[in-house]
Design a protein around this ligand. Structure first.
Ligand SMILES: *[C@@H]1O[C@H](CO)[C@@H](O)[C@H](O)[C@H]1NC(C)=O
Length: 581
């Protein structure tokens, strides 16, 4: 009897040890599981809510709970939650009077990062309208294209973009679009260009709007149109429904952000990272935002210190830019505890932690239009996420064999796709279902269909083709390997451009490298070209570069052409553009 009790007790005592040995990430896994269950319950409640409980309602609840809490800090001004609510009431009233907006309309925004961007979006939500977030770097034909594919009848532009608007004004008016310029002091009168001056907005009542104005909004209504750059062709407008907005806005909760945090938002608000993962997710948390017009590597940490920032976002190359700034004594002097984002390379990750101190890096993966995401909630360096049984049960996905030469998934004799063995690289596909819908691109059925893969494992099923090659190791960590299209073939071998650039930047004189394949007459495939940006005040060291490339890369992967450039072309989210195809 005693023996039995003894055995049970000692068994209990070593239970944590056993769990730990079987899975050293047990505690984090458990915490993640609980968070996901909580979010799942919240989402179910939102789905059943009548009237529909949108992100706007989530914001309005925060206004009720803490009206005087700081919401947006921007340059020299600051706005509380109540301020933002009132400002957006005024804009909504002014818009509904002058622009004759009605529920269900889409309004395009052409603005830079500023508090008014947030107020205007809240105003549109209060009127039951969807917002199309235009990339303000676009001009003429591309701008017109983005505008027309969301079907907007109204364009709201910040006065700084008056020139860009005037270029396309005649096409816009031809299509029956009303254009309003915001942020001007007085009413102006250019032919076809209306103004909604600050004076007029400030004279409008700030009383709350009738919720009847947005009574028809449901969880399936489009909330936003966000443009994805894509590797080819013109930008495509991804439809972000209220449901997707809600799910994606829970990203900060998953990453461990709380309402006490102060979040630094410098990424453009016209992209998912800035607007959804940053802004609306912060609204969901009820936290404080430090908004910045645009990223500045030299100002970054000063801003963090000045505003007591605790959470930062990153994307693509930002972390490397930060690591490349000159070292300072106060590099570790800040309150940033968490960085979340996407696309940090393993070497930069380690360097970042070494230099800037103990910051938890939470790498997330997900495409704007995709129906699948991963979160590396463990902080395992280099991984973009971790498999989780709940996630897998609710949102089935697979890595399948991909033929890079024929640029399509491998099919077996029955015509079905083939899962890769654990630990090997495959194309990530995610099942399209009512729980994981793929809303596609607005008014672009062809591109929408191209992202769908049919008859993947059984006849009639449909999967979203992420276009990303991944690897999942034996512990369940997910690694991003490459993006389809970011590879080229030379001498019958695949060359991953990111891999080559990773090696090039290890050479002392090289700051950035953009690698792509170019055609040479009389040869099959493409040969490697590397566009390089050198570090400040350094000359190109051809000998060191050659030696490094020769020793670190197989012969077929070595770039044969080098271009030295003052700067490399990057898109708004700092992804390198692969030109020269
Ligand atoms: C930042 O925190 C310090 C110390 O906690 C405080 O004295 C200071 O006022 C804070 N700054 C801002 C902008 O909130």
């Amino acid at each position: 009897m005693y023996i039995l009790i003894y055995t049970i007790f000692s068994g209990l005592a070593i239970l944590p040890l056993v769990l730990y040995l079987r899975n050293p990430y047990f505690i984090q896994d458990l915490r993640y599981t609980l968070t996901c269950i909580a979010i799942g319950f919240r989402l179910e409640r939102v789905k059943r809510s009548k009237p529909f409980y949108s992100m706007l309602d989530s914001f309005l609840d925060k206004v009720k709970v803490h009206p005087n809490k700081q919401f947006i800090l921007f340059e020299k001004s600051s706005y509380t939650y109540r301020d933002a609510d009132r400002e957006s009431n005024k804009i909504a009233r002014a818009l509904s009077q002058h622009a004759v907006l009605k529920e269900g309309d889409t309004v395009a925004l052409l603005m830079g990062n500023e508090p008014t961007y947030v107020f205007v979006w809240l105003a549109l939500a209060k009127l039951g309208c969807a917002a199309a977030l235009l990339n303000h770097n676009l001009r003429s034909k591309s701008l017109m294209h983005c505008f027309s594919c969301c079907g907007a009848k109204v364009l709201l532009a910040a006065s700084e973009f008056q020139g860009a608007v005037e270029e396309v004004l005649s096409s816009l008016t031809e299509h029956g679009v009303s254009v309003y310029l915001l942020g001007v002091e007085e009413e102006g009168n250019t032919e076809g260009l209306k103004t909604l001056s600050n004076n007029r907005v400030q004279q409008t009542s700030d009383k709350a709007l009738d919720t009847q104005l947005r009574a028809k909004v449901t969880i399936k209504s489009p909330a936003l149109y966000i443009y994805t750059s894509g590797t080819t062709g013109l930008p495509k407008a991804a439809v972000i429904t209220q449901e997707r907005l809600y799910i994606a806005s829970n990203m900060q909760a998953i990453a461990g952000v709380t309402s006490d945090d102060i979040i630094y938002i410098y990424l453009p608000l016209y992209h998912t990272a800035g607007f959804v993962m940053g802004l609306t997710a912060a609204m969901e948390r009820g936290s404080t935002i430090v908004l910045r017009r645009k990223f500045s590597a030299s100002q970054f940490w000063d801003d963090c210190r000045k505003y007591n920032v605790t959470v930062i976002q990153y994307i693509g190359e930002i972390m490397r830019y930060l690591c490349n700034t000159p070292k300072k004594d106060n590099d570790r002097h800040h309150k940033v505890r968490l960085a979340f984002g996407n696309g940090i390379r393993a070497d930069t990750w380690s360097e970042f932690l070494e230099r800037f101190g103990d910051i938890r890096v939470c790498e997330c993966y997900g495409a704007t239009e995709g129906n699948i995401g991963f979160v590396n909630y463990i902080g395992k360096v280099g991984a973009i996420g971790r498999e989780h049984f709940l996630h897998k049960a609710g949102f089935p996905y697979a890595l399948i064999e991909y033929d890079t030469e024929r640029e399509e998934p491998v099919r077996d004799s029955k015509g079905f796709c083939v899962k890769v063995p654990q630990g090997e690289t495959g194309l990530l596909v995610a099942k399209i279902s009512s729980r994981a819908p793929f809303s596609g691109y607005a008014q672009n059925q062809q591109q929408t269909d191209r992202k769908k893969l049919k008859d993947v494992f059984v006849k009639g099923d449909q999967y979203f083709n992420s276009g990303d090659l991944m690897r999942i190791d034996h512990e369940g960590f997910v690694y991003f390997m490459d993006r389809i299209g970011d590879t080229f073939r030379w001498k019958g071998e695949n060359v991953a451009t990111t891999e080559v650039s990773d090696h090039l930047i290890m050479v002392a004189c090289i700051e950035e490298a953009n690698v792509y394949g170019v055609k040479v007459p009389g040869h099959e495939g493409r040969i490697g070209m590397a566009a390089l940006k050198l570090k400040e005040n350094m000359d190109f060291d051809s000998k060191a570069t050659y030696e490094h490339v020769r020793t670190s890369l197989p012969s077929y992967a070595r770039p044969r052409f080098i271009r030295l450039q003052k700067s490399l072309d990057v898109t708004g989210t700092f992804k390198q553009m692969k030109t020269g195809h």
